[in-house]
Design a protein around this ligand. Structure first.
Ligand code: DGL
Length: 277
């Protein structure tokens, strides 16, 4: 059904957020080719049900496979939490057992123990990611001595998607959720940005973060973990093309994406508008 020729690495997010992960991956592996797909027409995924996030994510993965990607990274915590397992277990054997889809939660969780001294960690994420309990379950499996508190921050993605991450609205919603999670567990010394949109709010978050608390963004850990994965899986590495090329696709307006992406990537990019449903 799909081409067996070597192809680019696919990177998927519901919108622009995955660009924070893409940026770190490209920085650490600049020779590879990439296709970034943002489902901006249907963002945010955070408040959507399991069934809907799974259906949308599956459509995106199939699109990236049909564009020649042998490996797809779900650069979206919500999709990683709600769709990854079903895609890996149910869809891949049927679609193409040799292709791979990887998420961002596991590589993030693997680092949590090193970062925290108090072993009390807070996860900031979308309602979908927090209610799925994916972070607490993964951390419990890997580091049962760590106490995890999750905080859903449903307004943070809309603030970023609408370029309002440095507005008085952002001040209000950032302070509100930081105050709340730190009152639930005052021993927290590490806050994980468990949504790929949130690095854009870093300056705002730091403004309200008490001293001594580490802010943990996942992009560079996902990039390191991908590099390591390709070392351990030379059969996949051989199926990836390397011309240093990037293509960008969105399900919404290409002009809007180009404009917004310049905030995330600090350069202007060419974007194609596509449909995946
Ligand atoms: N950037 C996403 C995440 O990491 C998705 C946010 C959303 O669409 O709600 O969870």
């Amino acid at each position: 059904m799909f081409s067996q020729q070597p192809g680019p690495i696919g990177i998927f997010d519901s919108g622009y957020g995955g660009l924070t992960v893409f940026d770190k991956i490209r920085e650490s592996m600049p020779d590879y080719d990439y296709i970034y797909l943002g489902d901006n027409a249907r963002t945010p995924y955070g408040p959507r049900s399991f069934e809907v996030v799974y259906r949308f994510t599956r459509q995106a993965v199939i699109k990236l496979f049909s564009e020649g990607c042998q490996l797809v990274i779900l650069a979206c915590n919500t999709a990683s939490a709600k769709a990854l397992r079903t895609i890996q277990q149910r869809d891949l054997p049927e679609l193409d057992p040799d292709r791979r889809v990887l998420g961002v939660i596991r590589p993030t969780v693997e680092r949590t123990d090193q970062v925290s001294s108090t072993k009390h960690i807070g996860i900031l994420g979308t309602s979908g990611t927090i209610s799925s309990q994916s972070y607490s379950m993964e951390i419990e499996k890997m580091f049962p001595h760590i106490t995890v508190t999750g905080e859903a921050c449903p307004m943070w993605v809309p603030l970023v998607e609408n370029n309002e991450f440095d507005s008085p609205g952002a001040d209000y919603f950032v302070k509100k959720h930081l105050d709340h999670i730190l009152s639930v567990d005052p021993q927290i010394d590490t806050l994980v940005l468990g949504c790929t949109h949130y690095p854009l709010l870093t300056d705002k978050i730091r403004q309200y973060l008490p001293e001594g608390i580490t802010l943990f963004a996942q992009g560079e850990y996902v990039a390191e973990s991908l590099k390591d994965y390709l070392k351990r899986h030379p059969e996949m590495d051989r199926k990836l093309t390397r011309r240093g090329e990037c293509r960008f696709m969105t399900t919404e307006s290409a002009d809007k994406f180009t404009e917004a992406a310049s905030v995330f990537l600090k350069d202007r990019i060419e974007v194609e508008q596509i449909s995946i449903d």
